[in-house]
Design a binder for this molecule. Structure first.
Ligand code: LLP
Length: 463
């Protein structure tokens, strides 16, 4: 839509500039259950509550910006995944999405396993009491120290990512007098329909060992020959924020193809396959994610069918959802500061956080939605861009959204579906203090990761 043809300003649906949006929603007070965690609701006064607590109370007690994590929602998603896959499969929560000691305890209680990809995540997991055998250790460049630690504590599996790592882990295990359970991560050559930076199954990237050209078969050969390793299966992770099951189906088919080739060559049936994580969630009302039971059925069916065709016993399947569990469970609560209407364009709404607490918009062009949560409003919708307080123009939290035109400094707004890869990728850019994570459940709120303080910043700066 050309702006010059519609010079009247940004507040009406027929004069909107170009952007990633459709029409303004009919009811700005409505909270789409697709993007908000389960206990989020608007009370009779129009204020939004989570876990039975008004967000304004949370802002008062814990400050803004803050990540508000709905514990019941998180636990319900864990249970849904565990139940969907059942006792003959394993669900590993991908800790990179968001990890804290409280979350590890919830995972443990809900019967999930944990995927870690660094020594730091491993420390967090062990410190919070996750049994080592329920931990999978990932990474394309694990240090020898990390490998030693993982083998020593007895992690349930190390996912091998290169030929060098096969030798390295075998060597460490042998030196420590252990036999380490491992999987080999393969790249299956699938083009996942997602942002380039979060697609991982095409061949021209850093992860895994290619199936094509026989490299993965060679990796299996080497792993089977080494005493320090017990090869339990093959791993594939095709990327993240994926809605289309077709990529997983191709991946499953190719991984089963490798299992059949291994059986033919070595007479060994590897007992497990891991199909990774990457299941998409709704960031806006336009997204339509699959439910865990649909995913479990689709993956289970394809693996069973392919194995039957190849004459293999069906292996134990594991999956590693991160975003699909924690993503929808949290929102970021901000206070509105400066509001700058740009005539004929849009209104810039500045909040007290920004790219330091959510880098995803800048990094992946991610889309988010936003709502006024401290009160309801019947004012007309205005097209807004929610921006942060950092010193760069790419500091955008929500590129295009609608908020009521009576929005004022001091109002609270919230961006839903920020549970995954927001706190875990947060930075101190401009010496910003990383926000706390506040867990809310049944009318109780408690800090599970506290807000950084200026003393925290100075403590690292040794002068
Ligand atoms: N398993 C493996 C081996 C992975 O590499 C990942 C994500 C997962 C599981 C979990 O994927 P999920 O279900 O959470 O999509 N920072 C990016 C995402 C990077 C994901 C890296 N690996 C983002 O903010 O979208």
């Amino acid at each position: 839509m050309s702006r010059s043809a519609h010079p009247a300003g940004p507040r009406h649906a027929d004069v909107l500039p170009e952007g990633h949006y459709t029409a303004p929603p009919t009811d700005l007070n409505a909270l789409d259950a697709k993007v908000w965690s389960r206990t989020v609701a608007r009370n009779a006064d129009g204020a939004v509550t989570v876990g039975g607590i008004e967000v304004a109370r949370l802002a008062e007690e814990f400050g803004t910006p803050a990540y508000i994590l709905d514990e019941s929602d998180f636990r319900a998603r864990c249970r849904a995944w565990a139940h969907a896959f059942g006792p003959d499969a394993d669900v590993f929560y991908a800790g990179k999405a968001f990890l804290s000691r409280a979350v590890v305890r919830w995972l443990k209680e809900e019967g999930l396993n944990l995927d870690v990809c660094s020594g730091g995540e491993l420390t967090c997991a062990l410190d919070a009491g996750m049994p080592a055998e329920r931990i999978a250790f990932h990474g394309n460049n694990k240090t020898v120290a990390e490998i030693e630690r993982a083998v020593t504590v007895g992690v349930g599996r190390i996912v091998l990512d290169s030929f060098q790592e096969i030798a390295r882990v075998a060597h460490v295990a042998q030196r420590l007098g252990k036999r380490q359970r491992v999987q080999i991560r393969v790249t299956v050559g699938v083009e996942a329909h997602t942002h380039e930076f979060i697609a991982t199954a095409h061949e021209d990237q850093k992860f895994g060992i290619a199936l094509a050209g026989g490299e993965a078969a060679e990796a299996v050969r080497r792993a089977l020959a080494l005493d320090g390793l017990e090869l339990i299966g093959i791993h594939s992770h095709i990327g993240s924020q994926i809605f289309d099951m077709a990529g997983f189906e191709v991946s499953a088919r190719r991984v089963v193809g490798l299992l059949a080739a291994v059986r033919d060559e070595h007479g060994v049936e590897l007992p497990e396959i891991d199909l990774g994580g990457g299941l998409g969630i709704a960031y806006t009302s336009d997204d339509d994610p699959r439910e865990p039971h649909e995913i479990a059925k689709a993956l289970g069916d394809i693996v069973t069918r392919e194995c039957e065709a190849a004459g293999l016993a069906t292996p134990r399947i594991s999956v590693e959802p991160g975003r699909a569990i924690v993503g929808p469970s949290a929102f970021t609560l901000y206070e509105v500061g400066t509001i700058k209407p740009l005539e004929g364009l849009r209104t810039y709404v500045s909040v007290d956080g920004g790219m330091s607490d959510n880098i995803r918009t800048a990094l992946y062009d991610a889309e988010y939605s936003v709502a006024l949560v401290s009160r309801a409003s019947d004012a007309e919708p205005m097209l807004v861009r929610v921006v942060g307080k950092h010193c760069e123009s790419g500091d955008i939290v929500v590129r295009d959204a609608f908020l009521p035109s009576d929005l004022a400094p001091g109002d609270l707004i919230a961006v839903p579906a920020t549970g995954a890869y927001c706190r875990s990728m947060a930075s101190n850019y401009n010496h910003a203090l990383r926000p706390p994570v506040v867990a809310v459940r049944d009318g109780q709120a408690r800090v599970i990761v506290r807000r950084e303080t200026e003393e925290d910043l100075l403590r690292l700066d040794v002068g």
